[in-house]
Write a protein that binds this ligand. Structure first.
Ligand code: NAP
Length: 283
């Protein structure tokens, strides 16, 4: 029977540890870690994500500052807001909710975030440092996946990992993290030919495509580790990017949807913000 990589349970236990660290920091320095979230426009899904991040801060005793900007915001206005938050000594981490409205240069805005406040791991500088094995906060979803794999003692060195998806926030940093953990990494994307053949070779499969159940159970090698980053609401609750029904008979371990990768993303964001606050306090 396959092991369930239970992100919900791990996130809950990490929150317990973070609450203790936040309380210790308050006692020692009188300061509370603060995450600033920036929401531009009125996309309801983005508003929900930002609210969930604020709630996660509250659960561990952190504060959050919620910045909301109108749909018509310009790149210059957003850059000015990021400069203001970079300069604010009370703010330890900055999260710019993706996606921003089309008229904004999102890459320029991400890259304006000061490295020490880039707790969401979105800057080119942070990505480059992470890829080179230098200290930096990783992009939260792949970093959360690494946390989950390490927690369950999944052996990575020498394994063939196939990452399906190459986005800046997920596929690319995931591949770099697995490479740093001594996996042999294949990255697949929308132009990849014979996707099924690549996946059949994989000891570890990461689905990060944004297409419901694109990756079929039949393609998974017996005994593989299966990580599904996708989430698509359905009438029965939701599904991921991988066909998970019956996966317990094929995989050695897999992340459920929901309750696998999803909870680890916000958990990583708040953990990295606590780390930023500790670092600033010299702890
Ligand atoms: P994205 O930016 O849309 O990137 C999707 C990637 O998948 C692209 O690299 C694309 O290739 C590739 N792709 C699309 N169709 C494909 C196909 N038929 N065959 C092979 N590759 C294909 O998406 P993302 O932001 O990385 O998100 C990926 C998934 O993770 C989504 O399901 C999303 O909901 C989920 N996600 C979850 C969390 C979380 O907190 N749990 C966070 C972020 C994302 P090209 O580069 O060639 O276009």
């Amino acid at each position: 029977m396959a092991q369930i990589l239970d992100g919900r349970a791990l996130a809950k236990s990490v929150e317990g540890e973070l609450s203790a660290r936040v309380a210790a920091l308050k006692e020692k320095t009188g300061r509370t870690p603060i995450l600033a979230t920036i929401l531009v426009g009125d996309d309801p899904a983005s508003a929900t994500y930002v609210r969930m991040k604020g709630n996660a801060c509250k659960r561990v005793g952190m504060d959050s500052i919620r910045v909301e900007m109108p749909e018509a915001t310009t790149t210059e206005e957003l850059l000015a807001k990021i400069d203001e938050l970079n300069a604010n000594p009370d703010v330890h981490g900055i999260l710019l909710q993706h996606p921003v409205p089309a008229q904004i240069d999102e890459r320029a805005c991400f890259d304006r975030i000061a490295l020490e406040k880039d707790v969401d791991g979105v800057t080119c500088l942070g990505f480059g440092r992470m890829a080179m094995g230098e200290p930096a906060y990783g992009s939260c979803t792949p970093q959360g996946i690494m946390h989950l794999l390490n927690h369950y003692n999944v052996e990575l060195a020498g394994k063939h990992a196939v990452v399906v998806g190459r986005s800046a926030i997920l596929g690319k940093p995931m591949a770099a993290m697995l490479l740093n953990a001594n996996c042999t990494v294949t990255i697949c994307h929308s132009k990849t030919q014979n996707l099924a053949e690549h996946i059949r070779q994989a000891d570890i499969v990461v689905g990060a495509v944004g297409v419901p159940e694109l990756i079929k159970k039949d393609w998974i090698k017996k005994g593989a580790i299966v990580v599904d980053a996708g989430f698509h609401p359905t009438e029965t609750g939701g599904c991921g990017d991988i066909e998970l029904a019956g996966m317990e008979d094929v995989a050695a371990a897999f992340t459920p949807v929901p309750g696998g990768v999803g909870p680890m993303t916000i958990n990583t964001l708040i953990r990295q913000t606590v780390e930023a606050a500790e670092r600033e306090a010299g702890i």
